[in-house]
Design a protein around this ligand. Structure first.
Ligand code: NAD
Ligand code: TDX
Length: 336
């Protein structure tokens, strides 16, 4: 099988490429990534000389290039490429629409033209909007995205749905909850808080810190996508999550405790505009229909993740220079 994986130099995409090359040593992977601030070839060092992995630096909005790549015989496209950070989407929404909506349409056109066997759109629970204190997102929950990021992901999802209905393109959409694990860019909650705590700097908690996220170890997300590629029923959406809901304060307290740092580092700052209160995934469909089961529980997963960031300090300190500092000042400058 030949897979075209987009965004395979980012957090989840690179974990997925490494996972698939290990699971299926005979599969060929063409990894397309434009290497934005979030793309990092260091994540792929261990497969640099693997003849079944080819990296191509290209933008998914480049129709000519995507046409050329898909024309070379691709079975499945897995689309991870996206602008993925909610706070950045509030500062600069335009690139989110370009990559997440237009980029998806460009890939869908190439997929359709060369009649690939499946298009997998890696989406997010954020397209469903926000939950109250009870209930869960199911695949039939209406889409009510609240941020420029989530609305651009919802736009991409709707195009995927339309290409299935209108052109008969075989597709699946996965909607996963918050991921954590190795290679996550230190702008997202868990790696940001680990890096700040290690530097004995303030940990910026938005609002009252009681917003709830449903955390899944990245490898469990990869195994879900693997199953969807091989067993997903045409046109279906699959929610992915492991019932690991935590408030942001709980997450930060766990990190501080494990690093032996004081609670006084927690700093409550101005809330994120449009901040979704709670996400919670109902994964019944993928568990009962495809037999998916997460392997990692949060207690061990977070320990392993913290250990990874401690062992790979160079990986994230290199990232936290130049452009990252500018972003951090813009995002947190007035808040801290
Ligand atoms: P990430 O920001 O770490 O990685 C995104 C990758 O896409 C980067 O390597 C970047 O260089 C690449 N990219 C961006 N724009 C591109 C373009 N125009 N052309 C080609 N490549 C481009 O994101 P992530 O956290 O790994 O998320 C991957 C996917 O999973 C996204 O689609 C995201 O919406 C989805 N998702 C993420 C989470 C999460 O918790 N991180 C949860 C559910 C779904
Ligand atoms: O400095 C911070 N302080 C803070 O309190 C940051 C960066 C975040 N937060 C809060 C906001 C959220 O309630 O922590 C929670 C998690 O924030 P993020 O890590 O930015 O993730 P989130 O907004 O939930 O979105 C993530 O999960 C779904 C990913 O970034 C998306 O790509 C994915 O689709």
């Amino acid at each position: 099988m030949k897979l075209l994986v987009t965004g395979g130099a980012g957090f989840i995409g690179s974990n997925f490429v490494l996972y698939m090359l290990e699971q299926y040593p005979e599969y060929k992977i063409v990894n397309v990534d434009s290497l934005t601030y979030a793309g990092n070839l260091e994540n792929l060092k261990s497969v640099e000389s693997n003849p079944n992995h080819t990296f191509i630096k290209a933008d998914i909005t480049d129709a000519k290039m995507m046409d050329e790549l898909v024309s070379q015989g691709v079975d499945v496209i897995v689309n991870f490429a996206a602008e993925s950070h909610v706070d950045r989407s509030i500062l600069e929404p335009d690139v989110f629409v370009k990559t997440n909506v237009l980029g998806t349409q460009v890939l869908l056109d190439a997929a359709r033209k060369y009649e690939i066997t499946k298009f997998v759109q890696v989406s997010t629970d954020e397209v469903y909007g926000t939950l109250g204190e009870t209930g869960f997102f199911t695949e039939t929950t209406p889409l009510e995205p609240n941020s420029p990021y989530s609305s651009s992901k919802a736009g991409g999802d709707l195009l995927v749905r339309a290409y299935n209905e209108t052109f008969g393109l075989p597709v699946n959409i996965t909607r996963c909850s918050n991921n954590y694990g190795p290679y996550q860019f230190p702008e997202k909650l868990i790696p940001l808080m680990i890096s700040k705590a290690l530097a004995d700097e303030s940990l910026p908690i938005y609002g009252d810190g009681l917003n709830v996220r449903d955390w899944l170890y990245v490898e469990d997300h990869c195994s879900a996508i693997d199953l969807v590629i091989h067993k997903g029923k045409n046109g279906e959406v699959y929610n992915v999550g492991g019932h690991n809901e935590r408030t942001n304060i709980q997450i930060v307290e766990t990190i501080l405790e494990q690093l032996g740092k004081p609670g006084s580092l927690m700093t409550f700052v101005k809330d994120r505009p449009g901040h979704d209160r709670r996400y919670g995934i109902d994964p019944t469909k993928i568990m009962s229909e495809l037999g998916w089961k997460p392997k990692h529980n949060f207690e061990t997963g977070i320990k392993e993740t913290i250990a990874w960031y401690l062992q790979n300090k160079e990986w994230w300190t290199r990232i936290q220079s130049g452009a990252y500092q500018e972003y951090y000042a813009k995002q947190y400058g007035e808040r801290l």
